[in-house]
Every structure is written in C-alpha cells, then in structure tokens.
Ligand binder design. Structure first.
Ligand code: CA
Length: 324
C-alpha cells in the first residue's frame, strides 16, 4: 500500500510539474564539464564536455562534446553529441573545453565551435574550429588543420598552455579568441572566423590558471577566469576587449571534489547567469564533473556579486514563444 501511495504521489508531483530533484547539477544522466553557452531566439544552448572516466580513474576520459537546450533554463533537452574530438582528423583525441558563437557569413547564420583537443603530430594540446549551419550541429572542421598549436606559444613549456578557447565578437565585428593555461593569451581573428588576424598576445594576470571568458555588459568588458589551483572564478573589467584590465575579485569559490570550475557568463530573458561545473553528482570527482548554473547579479557600479553555488539553481525564466 505504501508503494501505491508513493507511486501515486510521484505521479501527481510529476503531473503538477514539481521537480523530483534539485535543478543543480543540470544533467544527472551523465558527467559533464566546461560549459559554453549560446542564446538565440529565446533558447539557450549549453555545450559541455562529456566526462567518461571510470570510478577511481586517474585522468580525464573525454571523447565528445554534448549539447542541451532550454527555453527556461530549468527544463533541458538532450541533443546528443554535435561533435567528437576525432572529427578533427589531425587530432589524437581529448574533447576538452570549447566555446561557441554565431556569426552571419555570406548572408547566412553560421555557428563556430572552438574546441581544445590533443594534436596528433604536433606535441601538446591545440585549438580547432568547426562550423555548422545549426547550433545543434553536426559541426565539421572548418580548416582541416588546427587554428592554434602548442608550438605557436612558448611562454611556458607545458603541453597544455594553449587550451580553453573563449570566442568573443565585439560590436564592431572584430572577433577575439582568448585562451591559455598558466599564461593568458589572445589573438584577433579574421571575419572568416577561421584564420588569425595578427600576432598572439600574452596578458599578464596574477594567479591566472585557465578558463578565460570574455563578455560585455552595459558597455563594460568582463574578463573572467580561474585562478589558483584548486580554482576559484575571478574577474577583471576593462574599457575594451583587450583591456587595460582592473582586477575585481572572486565570483565563485572553489569546489570541494574537483579542483576545476570553468565558467561561462550569459544573459537570458533579461537576467544574467553563470554556468560552471562542480562534482556534486553521486560518484563525482575530479574526472567526473557536473555542470550547473546560477543567476548572477551586477551591482549598481557594474561589479559582479559573489555567487554561491546552490542545489536549487535559478528560478524558471520561460521565453515567450519558445517550446520544448
Ligand atoms: Ca604553447
């Protein structure tokens, strides 16, 4: 009888739309990391890396990216894998952090996906760029070769100092690609979005680790990133996409079960949000992470308030006319 009551109650709750679990982490069905976000026509597209390490694994096992979408940031549709690391034929594997942007090219919207992978013949990690005519993919290699390779930067001799692409297109159409581990770097891109338009520039940032991310809010540029290790999310502000930058402090505190955190900051239906990862799913850990989101608030002076991690996540923010 108890079972019947429990089942009836569960059915009633489901019918009423009541959540049967906390909203965060967002995707209980798999381990995910390194979120990137695109918002278009009232729908948010969330791209993640797929953590496939076994319990107790000692390294990342990441072969593909996955994409989910939502009309309200609480109900998410799983669209599968829009690309795998080996879709870059020159890559050895390892689907590490990515970022996404939309740009009209030759009169048609195109979606450019920048992604970290391990290079097959040039030792170290590289950044590739792939293109699709849909935010859901499939994405295909837009160059047939890496956009950034490890040998193009030499400030440090580690093999992973050219990871974590962050793509930003300014109001004047100029695209900037920020990236880097240990040393932050950026390079301008041509309008094609697949070619460098100048030299790679290093940016001196105290305690910088990785996961740079550039966004603009009310005329101010915000360059957020992970600092220290274990990582916390910090940010700087500036008057242009290349600074000069003023350090502004910490947005989010470090995780307990994974040393990484990797944010993306975006606006959706008039509110601001931060996507990040922790390791709060059952069985989670450094190589079995889970993406979550929170609402993010700006103070009147443009600074960002500290964001606590929550299990509840943000309130539903439904887009008019968006379904599914
Ligand atoms: Ca390098």
């Amino acid at each position: 009888m108890k079972t019947c009551i429990a089942a009836a109650l569960a059915a009633a709750l489901a019918f009423a739309g009541a959540p049967s679990r906390a909203a965060n982490p967002l995707f209980p069905q798999l381990y995910t990391a390194d979120p990137a976000v695109l918002v278009e026509n009232g729908r948010a597209y969330l791209y993640v890396g797929h953590d496939e390490a076994e319990p107790g694994g000692k390294d990342f096992v990441m072969n593909e990216w996955r994409v989910f979408s939502s009309c309200d940031l609480t109900h998410w549709t799983d669209h599968g894998a829009p690309m795998k690391a080996l879709d870059f034929k020159w890559a050895k594997g390892r689907a590490w952090a990515s970022d996404i942007t939309r740009r009209v090219v030759d009169g048609k919207p195109a979606y450019f996906f920048y992604a970290t992978v391990e290079h097959g013949s040039i030792p170290g990690f590289a950044i590739g760029v792939a293109r699709s005519d849909s935010p859901l993919g499939p994405f295909t290699d837009a160059r047939g070769s890496a956009l950034i390779t490890n040998d193009m930067t030499t400030q440090t001799d580690i093999a992973w100092d050219d990871i974590d692409p962050a793509i930003f297109v300014d109001d004047d159409g100029q695209a900037y690609l920020y990236f880097g581990n240990t040393v932050l770097k950026y390079v301008k891109l041509k309008g094609s979005m697949t070619e460098l338009a100048g030299p790679i520039n290093a940016v001196a940032v105290k305690d910088f680790t990785e996961a740079s991310y550039l966004h603009k809010h009310r005329g101010t540029y915000y360059l957020s990133y992970s600092q220290h290790f274990p990582e916390e999310t910090a940010y700087m502000t500036g008057p242009s996409a290349i600074g000069p930058w003023t350090p502004r402090g910490v947005i989010m505190a470090r995780n307990e079960k994974t040393p990484t955190i990797h944010q993306a900051i975006f606006e959706f239906n008039g509110k601001s949000y931060i996507a990040y990862h922790n390791a709060k799913l059952p069985g989670g850990g450094e190589f079995r992470r889970s993406v979550a989101i929170e609402e993010l608030h700006y103070n009147a002076d443009g600074t960002i308030r500290f964001v606590p991690q929550t299990d509840a996540g943000p309130a539903a923010n439904p887009s008019p006319g968006c379904k599914g």
